[in-house]
Design a binder for this molecule. Structure first.
Ligand SMILES: *Cc1c(COP(=O)(O)O)cnc(C)c1O
Length: 403
């Protein structure tokens, strides 16, 4: 069971998250094969690629057939550009107007969520830079960001086309033929991963009506998108969109247990979490373990300490709840998880070379991201995001660890 080759020696630490890029490649390829060829795939890499590492994930997803990247904040987009990634990037979140020129400079498309930001965009653009590209966000029922009023949308259509005509008439007096370019329109689904589909269908039909409205004004918008991972599976043959936003399932996780059965292929989880013992010892009967003594040994017991704690995102609420894998078998985390460490009840003595898997596979057993999510009464999305960056990410590609 010795696995010293995986030791992230540059981090001086024997706890690491292992990110399997082959799994990312396989998941994106499976979607690429499934989705009609006229639809492009946007790989969603916000929140540092759901905790997997945005840059390596983005590169892998683009190699596997994705053509767009999606992020929440400008800083996340800039990190991708700094890494030399030139693919189109859409910012989902609100970008304060003073930062619009930075988005322009780095060719990052922004989302416009309401009247105010639409008009502010015209005031904020730097005329010496290429046009500011925007995707109009329509709120069809998520109630997070986006236009809700048809009258406002009509006003935007009117003003955009009027200004466009004026810009065209004045070509030559400004450096670029356009200051602002309407590149896309989209909405976000609130319940695509649920069994009950009434609300979902309501959102789809609301968006369809918006698209009809836009077309009736003779406006041709290059990118139209609606589906997240669950939406992709549900809206495979939906004709009105030409881009999908693939997030959680690119990382090999199902958007919900309910939608799992609708996937025509198996996803490959990319995330696993491992450590090595910092100490293994025998404790006497009636010995308390960790703060508050929430666990006490019955008889003599073997106990192992591993260097990961709640400051790493390994939540204290997993205390006395989660299992880990040691030697291919399940062992229990006993006592309270500390800031930097936690203790494991062992069936025998183990050497410090024995790998401890907190998330992932060993021999025939697996502790899935979903299992940890279930203990914490949350969704798998939160688990990979919550593992902090004190835990180094180690990448595996073509079956080998990347340096
Ligand atoms: C995060 C996000 C997605 C990806 O959703 P998944 O369920 O992870 O596939 C898509 N679109 C928007 C606007 C998002 O914020």
């Amino acid at each position: 069971m010795s696995d010293r080759t995986m030791e992230p020696s540059t981090q001086y630490r024997k706890t690491w998250a292992e990110i399997n890029l082959d799994a990312i490649y396989s998941n994106v390829s499976s979607f690429r094969k499934l989705i009609p060829p006229q639809k492009q795939v946007m790989a969603v890499v916000k929140a540092n690629g759901y905790g997997h590492g945005a840059i390596p994930v983005a590169q892998e997803a683009l190699a596997a057939g994705a053509t767009w990247l999606g992020v929440a904040y400008l800083k996340e987009a800039l990190e991708l550009r700094e890494a030399g990634i030139t693919a189109p990037i859409l910012l989902f979140g609100y970008l304060p107007e003073e930062f619009v020129p930075i988005a322009q400079k780095h060719n990052i498309s922004i989302s416009i969520n309401d009247f105010t930001t639409f008009y502010a965009l015209y005031d904020a653009v730097d005329q010496g830079l290429p046009p500011a590209k925007f995707h109009l966000k329509i709120d069809t029922g998520m109630s997070r960001l986006g236009f809700t009023e048809e009258t406002e949308l009509l006003q935007v259509i009117h003003d955009y086309t009027t200004r466009k005509a004026a810009e065209n008439a004045h070509q030559g007096t400004i450096q670029h033929s356009s200051l602002v370019e309407w590149e896309g329109i989209y909405t976000h689904l609130a319940t695509a991963d649920e069994e009950e589909s009434t609300y979902f269908e309501g959102q789809v039909s609301a968006f369809t009506n918006i698209l009809k409205l836009i077309r009736s004004h003779g406006l041709e918008i290059p990118y139209i998108h609606m589906a997240n991972s669950a939406g992709i599976i549900r809206l495979l043959d939906f004709p009105d969109t030409n881009l999908v936003r693939l997030g959680i399932s690119m990382y090999g996780l199902y958007p919900s247990p309910q939608i799992k059965k609708d996937f025509p292929f198996r996803l490959q989880p990319a995330f696993s979490l491992h450590s090595y013992f910092s100490l293994v010892k025998k404790i006497k009967p009636k010995t308390g373990v960790s703060y508050g003594i929430t666990y006490m040994s019955d008889g003599e017991e073997w106990l192992g300490t591993i260097p990961i704690g709640y400051a790493d995102g390994w939540s204290r609420r997993l205390s006395n709840q989660a299992d880990v894998l040691v030697g291919g078998r399940r062992m229990k985390i006993v006592g309270r998880i500390c800031m930097d460490q936690c203790m494991i009840q062992l069936d025998q003595s183990y050497s410090k070379e024995e790998k401890v898997t907190l998330i992932g596979k060993q021999a025939g057993d697996e502790i899935s991201v979903d299992e940890v999510a279930q203990i914490l009464n949350t969704i798998n999305y939160e688990i990979t995001c919550m593992i902090g960056y004190r835990v180094p990410r180690v990448y595996v590609k073509d079956g080998k660890r990347l340096e």
